[in-house]
Design a protein around this ligand. Structure first.
Ligand code: 5GP
Ligand code: ZN
Length: 142
């Protein structure tokens, strides 16, 4: 298990600093985000330290993601939220501030509930040929 002595989330995993845990198994911990952007805002993290989605080993990803539906449903049932945003920020431009991979579970209660994500659509910005070429180029790299 890779850990980083300077990482705040590794410290939470090791109970070196307190947190409000909502789930734990051999590989995964989930705890309330201190910022509570919306009520029940929870972080799901692997115990294994990995910086973000780019550096997440696929077996660690499996461990984390398989725990998410149960935790999300439990939050929904407890809070009565009417929806949920599930997201992970990678690198500063995307809003990452803690460099230990984590999934945010953000229960939603309404349009003015504390969370918002700008979502501009550009459906006509690319030709079918450009879309096809882009998909093929990405596919080659997976
Ligand atoms: P990011 O900005 O990297 O996507 O998310 C990091 C999250 O970690 C933030 O929402 C922030 O509130 C939360 N956070 C930072 N430090 C602590 C802490 O010590 N305890 C808890 N529970 N959450 C933290
Ligand atoms: Zn860490």
């Amino acid at each position: 298990m890779h850990t980083d002595a300077n990482c705040i989330f590794c410290k939470i995993v090791n109970n070196d600093i307190p947190s409000y845990k909502v789930y734990e198994d051999d590989d995964v911990v989930a705890f309330l985000d201190i910022s509570q952007v919306t009520k029940g805002h929870t972080l799901v993290i692997p115990k294994h330290h990995a910086k973000n989605i780019y550096e997440l080993p696929s077996d660690v990803a499996s461990d984390v993601f398989k725990a998410v539906p149960g935790i999300a449903s439990a939050i929904q049932r407890e809070t009565g939220a009417i929806g949920m945003n599930v997201l992970s920020n990678a690198e500063q431009i995307a809003g990452q501030t803690v460099y230990h991979f984590h999934i945010h579970l953000l229960p939603r209660y309404g349009h003015e509930d504390g969370f918002d994500a700008k979502w501009e659509t550009h459906n006509d910005a690319y030709t079918p040929e450009e879309m096809s070429s882009l998909a093929a180029q990405i596919k080659q790299r997976v």
